[in-house]
Design a binder for this molecule. Sequence first.
Ligand code: FMN
Length: 149
Amino acid sequence: MPKTLILYDTRTGNTDRMARAVAEGAKSVDGVEVVLKRVAEGSGELADADGIILGSPTHNAKPSRTMTGLLANLSEVPLKGRVGGAFGSYGWSGEAPEIIAQALRGQGVRVLGEAVRAKRSPGANDLTRCKDLGRTVAESVATIGEQTA
Ligand SMILES: Cc1cc2nc3c(=O)[nH]c(=O)nc-3n(C[C@H](O)[C@H](O)[C@H](O)COP(=O)(O)O)c2cc1C
């Protein structure tokens, strides 16, 4: 079964709530395995994920240190041709999601949808956009599954 991996970091729980909504949206698509993990739990599953959605809060105008470390090592895994997305909570400037999206594009990942940003605690509208992101990526991943079935 094709797999969508949602890998994220959070310090105070806001990006965590976004990640859970992304996972909920992805799980609404049939025929796709959805894995939700914090970066600190390990990124080994990147190797066999067809869809890769990365989330991080903005810390000092960048993704968190943990996520920045992951982005620096992305080139170790061949990701070309996979689909992806980016999201994250922020306080005032919110650079992280777009930096993540650019890093994915730099590895040949086709980034779908907008880089979803929520200011501080995500509201209902933010969570809807997160669900939409998860569903959009998972739908694309499901198509890959149909092609190889
Ligand atoms: C050390 C630190 C640095 C931060 N730097 C930024 C920043 O440069 N720009 C910004 O928009 N928010 C910044 N924030 C705010 C966080 O992005 C915001 O609180 C976010 O909601 C945290 O997400 P989380 O609950 O998933 O950890 C910073 C927060 C901390 C703790």
